[in-house]
Design a protein around this ligand. Structure first.
Ligand SMILES: Cc1ncc(COP(=O)(O)O)c(C=O)c1O
Length: 366
């Protein structure tokens, strides 16, 4: 098989043992299967540092966006108002979700290379008492910037509002003490830092707010309360569940534990990220995000001005040698991205940078 490793923000490179779990066709109403779902839900609570009395977990079929839309369209009621904080494509996607679902919302737009300012958010909350919910992205995968959810959580909680976080590309790869921060809803998906395969998203949520959302959902499939109510009874999914993905995810959770939990994984991702940036800078590539805001998940590099090659050319060269990188997503400048999450180690980063160096040499020598 002609394969390559993914240096992308997910789906990402998984272990063979995670993939092998998918060789079994599991029955969905079987007790063993329901127990696996319950085990996953408990494990996610542990990773979030959340107590079962206060918090609960809902697994939702579909990609990450389905999870974000489930929360926004189920918990922001007709008389509520949502403040969306956006400094990248995924913050903007929340705006699209809000518009499609005809929510009452306002947006705080920030530049893509800047982190949202907690003081500005606090001022907006003070000025507009009608705002009931605040939503934002943690790791903005568009650029790789890491938003300061701690400071924002504090102002949102001090002002008595509900806080919704899209931690799609960070949960499991960074420590996020959900309960201690007072986050009310946090969303991620199977194919990111837990290192499973794509097929469902998960929502870690304050139990009382899930219960309070009963009857508010604007969609049948993405009804947070109904999905939770069915799952809470005995681990049964409301509609057909992605059985193979669920088995793979359970194995991925086990492998996260074996690695040493979030602390160890986060260290590996950080080390990968620092090495990548250091080596790429040595090759003449500058980062789009300032060092102080750069997150450990994915890095945006400027595509060199006056380069005598295209992104497609360097992409194909790297792919033929075993790695896939990512195009840029910021609109302001020509860029490309390299992710360092998934089953990726120091040797992969070294190899990638050696391949890029070789490519640049070949170009120079014509
Ligand atoms: C921060 C963030 N939010 C939302 C999404 C959307 O997830 P999906 O493409 O799985 O729907 C992504 C995808 O990478 C993401 O990184």
């Amino acid at each position: 098989m002609n394969t390559y490793k993914l240096l992308t923000p997910g789906p990402l490179t998984t272990t063979n043992t995670v993939k092998e779990e998918m060789l079994f066709d599991h029955c969905t109403w079987d007790d063993d299967y329901k127990q696996i779902t319950q085990h996953i839900r408990r494990a996610l609570l542990d990773l979030a540092g959340a107590d079962e009395k206060e918090y609960t977990v809902v697994l939702m079929q579909g990609s990450g966006t389905f999870g974000v839309e489930t929360v926004l369209s189920s918990v922001v009621g007709d008389t509520d108002k949502l403040l969306i904080v956006a400094n990248g494509a995924y913050g903007e996607r929340m705006v699209e979700i809000a518009a499609h679902n005809r929510l009452n919302y306002v947006v705080y737009h920030e530049k893509y290379d800047r982190i949202p300012d907690a003081e500005k958010i606090e001022a907006m909350l003070r000025e507009d008492p009608a705002i009931t919910h605040v939503s934002m992205v943690h790791s903005e995968t568009t650029s790789g910037i890491l938003n300061d959810i701690e400071s924002v959580a504090k102002v949102v909680k001090d002002n008595g509002r509900v806080f919704i976080v899209d931690a799609m590309s960070s949960f499991g790869g960074m420590d996020i003490p959900v309960q201690a921060l007072g986050i009310d809803f946090i969303v991620s998906s199977a194919n990111k830092c837990i290192q499973g395969v794509p097929g469902f998203s998960f929502i870690i949520a304050r139990r009382s707010l899930v219960i309070a959302s009963a009857g508010k959902a604007r969609s049948l499939s993405l009804d947070l309360y109904d999905q939770w109510e069915t799952m809470e009874k005995d681990g049964k999914w409301r509609f057909t569940s992605p059985t193979h993905v669920v088995l793979a995810f359970d194995q991925a959770l086990e492998e996260l534990k074996q690695e040493g939990g979030i602390a160890a994984r986060s260290r590996r991702y950080n080390d990968n990220n620092h090495l990548l940036i250091q080596r790429m800078k040595g090759l003449g590539f500058e980062t789009y995000i300032d060092e102080q805001y750069q997150g450990p998940i994915i890095t945006t590099f400027y595509f060199p001005e006056n380069a005598d090659y295209t992104f497609e050319e360097i992409y194909a060269y790297i792919k033929a040698r075993g790695y896939a990188i990512y195009p840029g997503k910021v609109t302001q400048a020509p860029t490309f991205r390299i992710g360092n999450i998934g089953e990726i180690y120091e040797e992969d980063i070294q190899k990638l940078c050696a391949i890029i160096e070789e490519f640049l040499e070949e170009k120079k020598n014509g």
